[in-house]
Design a protein around this ligand. Structure first.
Ligand SMILES: *[C@@H]1O[C@H](CO)[C@@H](O)[C@H](O)[C@H]1NC(C)=O
Ligand SMILES: *[C@@H]1O[C@H](CO)[C@@H](O)[C@H](O)[C@H]1NC(C)=O
Length: 331
């Protein structure tokens, strides 16, 4: 979709700022022109709207909004396991969100943290373990339902994809870093399972991951994940730094990052959706993105009251830790 209005506003703002800073209309014109050409040359057009729609608005069995199980539904089953995927399907999820990671020998697997300590009976960084070592671990070791799910393994990316396709679940691949490796591995898996083009989306907090993904395979549906105040505050809202100057500085960076997400980065990457921390989503916010052809998905929506609000007021999809009951958020 073309937003002439948006672009006139951004580039006028840039022009004015440069004029104020340099007091030279020539410099301002030149810089604005360079920026404009850069955007036009380096941005990726979004995938066609009907393809994005198949991924982001799958037909929910109940006719409701899309419901995506966070890490496969970390409250209902051990996170990022095949059991979680099956459980999410059985409980009516339309999709699952899964975390991509790599073993020491380069095998793509599902793991959220950098280490295996929190979720398995092993210890140490995932990228220091060989796949055979990782496979010996119990992925249900610390889960509240570990008895029910005992013996669950850490799955490879391919096993997880096959399980999702079997259950007709949408996949939200969450990628934390390693843009080059992640993009090439995901590209391979899309080639191997072309159905994924119609049933999965690659998301990341890092625009460079998404940009690299679109560069490697422009047919992949992508999303930027956004948590306002990410640089200055932890997920639970407490400050990352105690010093006043530190807070001020990271706060300023957060404002700039927020602006960049909403005005530049989404367009440069050509994303089809934006995944936003639930407390920052309103009807106006959803409308803002709808006008730009971008879907909003909220996370992590864990109470019946909130789910009702998404279903009946916002009418947008959400990511949740449980399909069954209210629970505390997993960050
Ligand atoms: C973890 O649990 C599995 C399954 O019970 C067991 O085979 C393995 O030896 C355990 N590994 C460690 C490091 O305790
Ligand atoms: C995606 O779905 C459309 C419409 O059903 C279909 O024409 C297309 O071939 C599908 N693409 C892939 C890669 O399966």
């Amino acid at each position: 979709m073309l937003q002439i209005g948006d672009e006139v506003v951004y580039f006028s703002a840039v022009f004015l700022l440069v004029v104020l800073a340099t007091r030279s209309a020539t410099a301002a014109s030149l810089l604005t022109a360079v920026l404009y050409v850069f955007m036009v040359m380096f941005r990726f057009p979004p995938v066609p709207a009907d393809q994005a729609g198949r991924v982001l608005r799958p037909r929910a069995p109940s006719g409701g909004v899309p419901v995506v199980a966070h890490r496969g539904g970390s409250h209902d089953a051990p996170e990022n396991t095949l059991a979680a995927i099956r459980e999410a399907s059985r409980n009516g999820a339309t999709g699952v969100e899964l975390d991509l990671s790599f073993t020491a020998d380069g095998v793509p697997v599902l793991m959220h943290d950098e280490t295996v300590d929190r979720t398995t009976n092993g210890s140490g960084p995932v990228n220091k373990l060989q796949i055979v070592q990782l496979r010996r671990l119990d992925a249900a070791a610390h889960h509240r339902l570990k008895v029910k799910f005992s013996g669950e393994k850490v799955p490879t990316l391919q096993e997880a994809v096959e399980e999702c396709i079997r259950h007709q679940l949408t996949i939200f691949f969450d990628v934390k870093g390693q843009p080059d490796k992640a993009a090439s591995v995901l590209h391979e898996i899309y080639k191997k399972f072309p159905a994924l083009y119609n049933s999965s989306v690659v998301s990341s907090l890092e625009p460079k991951v998404i940009y690299k993904m679109r560069q490697t395979d422009p047919n992949v549906v992508t999303a930027l994940t956004h948590r306002p105040w990410r640089l200055s505050r932890f997920s639970d809202g407490t400050s990352r730094t105690l010093s006043t100057s530190g807070q001020l500085w990271t706060g300023v960076l957060d404002v700039l990052l927020d602006w960049a997400h909403h005005h530049i980065l989404w367009k440069l990457c050509g994303v089809s959706a934006i995944l936003v921390q639930k407390d920052f989503i309103s009807l106006d916010y959803v409308q803002y993105w709808a006008e730009r052809g971008v879907e909003v998905v909220g996370w992590t929506v864990n109470t019946a009251v909130e789910k009702d609000y998404y279903q009946n007021q916002l009418k947008i999809g959400y990511i949740t830790d449980s399909l069954l009951e209210d629970c505390d958020p997993q960050y």
